[in-house]
Design a protein around this ligand. Structure first.
Ligand SMILES: Nc1ncnc2c1ncn2[C@@H]1O[C@H](COP(=O)(O)OP(=O)(O)OP(=O)(O)O)[C@@H](O)[C@H]1O
Ligand SMILES: [Mg+2]
Length: 365
């Protein structure tokens, strides 16, 4: 293990020797003999984890060194412990005001030095950890914000495309303008019907996205589960295989953010559709039931299954085995389910298919 680094600043060589002897077993100790040397040392070396600073030194005294350290971004977080002669109480207060974390009085007593140094290094470590956690949290919340922004942009795009598609729905009436006598009228009618169906599907898909947009930011509330599965109907129209639905009756309410649970279900359904693309018989079975205060939703496909070595990675951000995948689907699913205090379980057998089962606590209302 790498030893933590301590810098001793003292003009008396016997003090340096004593401190070195006390600390050298557990720490990597360096020493300098005056204030200027201390500042030079810090500007040319990686900063130490703690400084033991003598107050009375010729030239720049310890207070001035401390003041300068605290003004410098690179050194301001290094804990400084002053080493003072007995009876300089006012001076000790002054040192603490300057930003030192503690003081040790001479004559130096080894157990006290060790105990103080260790306790301040511990505090420093905890402080560093906290800073790291905060910066990770800030990064995460920035990512979440970016995702929310993207969702909002996608919703806006869907809204505009919906308007364009809706404006084209008049194609339904186009064949009526043709005289009956035109021999191709039936053909035109069939083509117009087919275009109309595609446009209607496009509108429904866009409206699905804009409904997410409306929901975004809405509060969690107790709501029936089955309407949350409706977006799947929208997607299953493009799906060529068979969708089997097995929904229990009298399900309890679910306390959730509806649009988030819809996102989860659409992601699981899309993954299932993609997994069975090459199967001759394509079947997706969706079940919803409740038991012992939990609501369960499972999505089963008869696809190739997930290879055992891949299973531990599927919920990781950006993990994908698909050429055009972003690897965000299941990562988002997991985040949403965790935030709803639920669980997601995957059972898969190579060649036999995959079942994802969600379990979410039912609403107490
Ligand atoms: N039903 C399934 N059957 C087989 N493999 C699956 C299934 N669902 C997920 N996977 C595997 O898990 C991986 C991660 O899925 P995830 O939804 O997170 O990303 P993706 O589908 O690859 O991309 P996207 O972000 O576009 O959804 C997939 O690439 C695939 O290997
Ligand atoms: Mg996916």
């Amino acid at each position: 293990m790498i030893k933590q680094r301590i810098l001793v600043v003292d003009d008396t060589s016997s003090n340096i020797k004593i401190l070195h002897a006390i600390l050298q077993n557990e720490f990597d100790v360096s020493a300098v003999v005056d204030g200027q040397e201390c500042l030079d040392f810090l500007s040319s070396q990686p900063v130490p984890d703690l400084i033991l600073l003598d107050v009375m030194m010729p030239g720049m005294n310890g207070y001035e060194v401390c003041r300068r350290l605290k003004q410098n971004q690179a050194t301001k977080d290094i804990p400084v412990i002053f080493v003072t002669a007995m009876g300089e109480v006012e001076d000790e207060t002054h040192g603490l005001e300057l930003g030192a974390v503690d003081y040790i009085t001479k004559p130096i007593r080894p157990p006290i030095v060790l105990a103080r140094v260790k306790s301040h290094l511990l505090i420093k470590n905890q402080h560093d950890q906290l800073k790291k956690s905060i910066s990770i949290m800030e990064h995460d919340s920035e990512m979440m914000q970016q995702k929310a922004d993207l969702g909002i942009q996608a919703g806006g795009l869907a809204h505009d495309i919906n308007n364009i598609l809706a404006a084209c729905l008049f194609i339904e009436f186009l064949p009526e303008h043709l005289p009956e006598s035109i021999p191709e009228k039936t053909l035109v009618q069939e083509d117009a019907d087919s275009i109309l169906r595609s446009l209607q599907l496009g509108c429904e898909i866009c409206q699905g996205y804009t409904s997410y947009l409306r929901d975004i930011g809405s509060q969690a509330k107790a709501q029936p589960v089955l309407p949350l599965l409706q977006p799947i109907d929208m997607y299953s129209r493009q799906f060529k295989g068979k969708t089997i639905k097995n929904y229990s009756e009298n399900l309890p309410l679910l306390f959730c953010k509806g649009y988030q649970i819809k996102r989860v279900l659409v992601n699981l359904f899309t993954n299932a559709c993609q997994a069975i693309e090459n199967q001759i018989q394509q079947v997706i079975t969706i079940k919803v039931w409740s038991a012992e205060g939990e609501i369960f939703i499972s999505m089963q496909d008869n696809g190739p299954g997930i290879p055992a070595e891949v299973v531990p990675d599927i919920f990781k951000e950006r993990f994908t085995t698909r050429e055009n995948g972003t690897g965000l689907g299941l990562f988002i699913v997991k985040e949403i389910i965790d935030s709803h205090h639920g669980t997601i379980k995957v059972e898969t057998k190579e060649g036999k298919g995959t079942i994802f089962t969600l379990s979410l606590p039912e609403s107490g209302e």
